[in-house]
Design a protein around this ligand. Structure first.
Ligand code: AN7
Length: 379
């Protein structure tokens, strides 16, 4: 396949979006966030992640479509959660809290543990036993959080965390904490600042539904401040075995290989539906098979390694493309390029087991020049 010239108008991004002396999302977007001079800013310089033009996917989508990948896996702890955690931990500090707690499918706990370590706070984490990826578990452990594996799923763990944090002086740092949403909305600001306007469509995974809530809030605020003139259509994707919003009822025993979004009763359910309905978008589902196909495509064709949950966005993009959705729905004149952003929420190294399971293990070979040359087709 011919690689398009990166300097064509289709792939161009706003050069002014490069920021020297970057200090994290709170400093960059301070005027949009509930912070004051008294707020101690706990940051690991999260945010400012690349928006990468996707050659292969753009070509797949066809003429007049440009696909961009927001690589949130490049945040300090490897997922988008850091944007919300810098806010939640900074505000917890400001309020004099000395302990934070969350339930997590892995990334929230990794982020909470890192930011709590930086702030010198105690961090307590409930994870569903045996159901979080190895990289994420290693993070919360090494950052010194107290990690408890609950013999139950994420939804049960979250329920317990809600109860405990309501009764004891421990700050809840799941996305029910409104500061989490405030921090996470900065990703939509970055996209608009980079593209010079909002994308036509945004595709993203949906688990506990905090992130779709945050993005939509961010886009609406940017429009209200006249930084953008129109809003994107929001397209959320759940995993087929964990698709409560699509099916219209909680799922008691959610199942999917995308462990990050193995959630049966999302906390921000109604807000996710509002984002869908207000934007004229949809929340749909993709199978594990579709997720794995997108996961491999991103790695092998775009050079981007994500965790399976993140690939749900691209799996959704490809599903809708197959249904001819984008051509049916796009209102812009046919000579205009419609931009689609896919949110890649977490890094592939979070879940290395899945990568190795998805591909053949390397062949073992004798340390012999001839044998190797034969193997690689040079002899
Ligand atoms: C990589 O870490 O819920 O819809 O406890 O880790 O805002 O929940 C993670 C969620 C997408 C879904 N992609 O975002 C947790 C947790 C990745 C994630 C989601 C998650 P939300």
């Amino acid at each position: 396949m011919k690689i398009p010239n990166p300097n064509t108008t289709k792939s161009k991004i706003n050069p002014k979006s490069q920021i020297p002396n970057y200090e994290g999302v709170i400093k960059r977007y301070r005027e949009y966030l509930p912070v004051t001079n008294k707020t101690p800013i706990i940051t690991l310089k999260e945010g400012n992640t690349p928006l990468i033009y996707a050659n292969y996917l753009s070509k797949m989508l066809g003429k007049n479509f440009a696909v961009y990948l927001k690589y949130e896996g490049l945040n300090p702890t490897g997922s988008f959660k850091d944007r919300g955690m810098t806010m939640a931990i900074s505000k917890a500090c400001e309020e004099g809290s000395s302990a934070v707690m969350c339930a997590s499918t892995g990334n929230t706990s990794a982020s909470a543990a890192a930011y709590a370590a930086k702030a010198g706070m105690k961090c307590i984490v409930l994870i569903p036993k045996g159901a979080i990826a190895l990289g994420k578990l290693s993070q919360s452990l090494i950052h010194g959080a107290q990690v408890l594996a609950v013999d139950g799923n994420f939804d049960a763990a979250l329920e317990l965390v809600r109860e405990i944090t309501a009764k004891y002086p421990i700050t809840l740092v799941n996305s029910l904490n409104p500061y989490r949403i405030e921090g996470q909305k900065t990703a939509s600001f970055e996209i608009c600042d980079t593209l010079g306007s909002a994308p036509g469509f945004q595709v993203m995974p949906v688990g506990n539904a905090g992130n779709i809530t945050a993005y939509w809030k961010g886009y609406k605020e940017y429009k209200a401040k006249k930084k953008i003139t129109r809003l994107p259509v929001m397209l959320g994707f759940q995993a087929e075995g964990a698709a409560p919003i699509v099916r219209g009822h909680p799922i008691k025993e959610p199942q999917t290989i995308a462990t990050a979004i193995r959630i049966g009763n999302p906390a921000s359910w109604l807000q996710a539906e509002a984002a869908r309905d207000e934007s004229g978008g949809l929340i749909d589902m993709v199978s594990d098979k579709q997720i794995l196909a997108a996961y491999k495509l991103l790695a092998s064709k775009e050079g981007i390694f994500v965790e399976p949950a993140s690939a749900a966005s691209v799996a959704g993009l490809l599903k809708l493309k197959k249904e001819n959705y984008f051509r049916r729905v796009t209102k812009s004149p046919s000579h205009q390029v419609t931009r689609i952003t896919c949110i890649l929420t977490g890094h592939g190294l979070k879940d290395p087991d899945r990568a190795i399971k998805s591909i053949k293990e390397p062949r073992v070979i004798k340390p012999n020049l001839k044998a190797i040359l034969r193997e690689i087709g040079y002899a």
